[in-house]
Design a protein around this ligand. Structure first.
Ligand SMILES: CC(C)(COP(=O)(O)OP(=O)(O)OC[C@H]1O[C@@H](n2cnc3c(N)ncnc32)[C@H](O)[C@@H]1OP(=O)(O)O)[C@@H](O)C(=O)NCCC(=O)NCCS
Length: 202
């Protein structure tokens, strides 16, 4: 029996917090060692809830609860934008300054998004719902959306230590276009290479 979900682009305020929670839980190491540099889950969820442009994502809903989401970026629209003003408000001036720098370095690895491109960042499914086809449905809905907008390619990045996610993307027709060494700093967050992948939209 297939796992029944609906895919939507609009959320209630409560559901937005559910997204931030799945985001944090799925990328704990990234948020503690590469981005927000905090292990305080409540604080991270507060910051994320205020930093996400929820309009640029798609959401998998089961019984009114968000169980997965995908951030879809196009020219000029970023899904998660960590702003200096918010980071300094939460972490103080210097705490905000170096966190902003860390975030900008992360963004620099992603390159520019082309006019004909839709870029995925991030995709995550709540731990309890993984392996049930939710990620596949989010990818399918995103590819259909990209096609309806006239986009010609879908791109994403996956780290070298996440072969399961890479396998899923390959199954959906993504191919590796570049493997980038990221070095010492990211090794603290558990990876040393970023794999760039692309799918041509027919
Ligand atoms: C990667 C992820 C979004 C896939 O969503 P999903 O709903 O579990 O995926 P589906 O059920 O549609 O597809 C399952 C496939 O996903 C892959 N997969 C990746 N992580 C998995 C996990 N923890 N559990 C089950 N499958 C996983 C497997 O390749 C699996 O293939 P299989 O069915 O042939 O075994 C989800 O596992 C997740 O949120 N992981 C943590 C966050 C993450 O790594 N995001 C990707 C960053 S690039």
């Amino acid at each position: 029996m297939s796992y029944e979900i609906t895919i939507t682009s609009t959320l209630t305020r409560h559901q937005q917090r559910e997204v931030a929670e799945i985001y944090y839980d799925s990328f704990k190491i990234k948020f503690s060692k590469l981005w927000l540099f905090t292990k305080n889950k409540g604080l991270a969820i507060d910051v994320l809830s205020q930093s996400i442009d929820f309009r640029t994502g798609l959401y998998a809903i089961k019984d009114k609860e968000v169980i997965g989401f995908i951030g879809l970026e196009t020219v000029g629209s970023i899904y998660t934008k960590l702003r200096f003003s918010l980071l300094t408000k939460v972490f103080g001036f210097f705490g905000g300054l170096w966190r902003t720098a860390g975030y900008l370095i992360y963004r620099a690895f992603q390159g520019r998004i082309g006019e004909d491109e839709m870029h995925i960042d991030p995709i995550a499914v709540s731990e309890k719902a993984r392996g049930l086809g939710v990620g596949t449905k989010l990818l399918d809905a995103s590819l259909a959306l990209a096609k309806s907008l006239g986009k010609k390619k879908m791109t994403l990045e996956v780290v070298d230590t996440n072969p399961e996610a890479k396998k899923l993307y390959e199954r959906k027709g993504f191919v590796v276009t570049k493997i980038e060494k990221t070095g010492y700093l990211t090794s603290l967050a558990g990876f040393t290479k970023v794999v760039h992948m692309r799918k041509v939209i027919e």
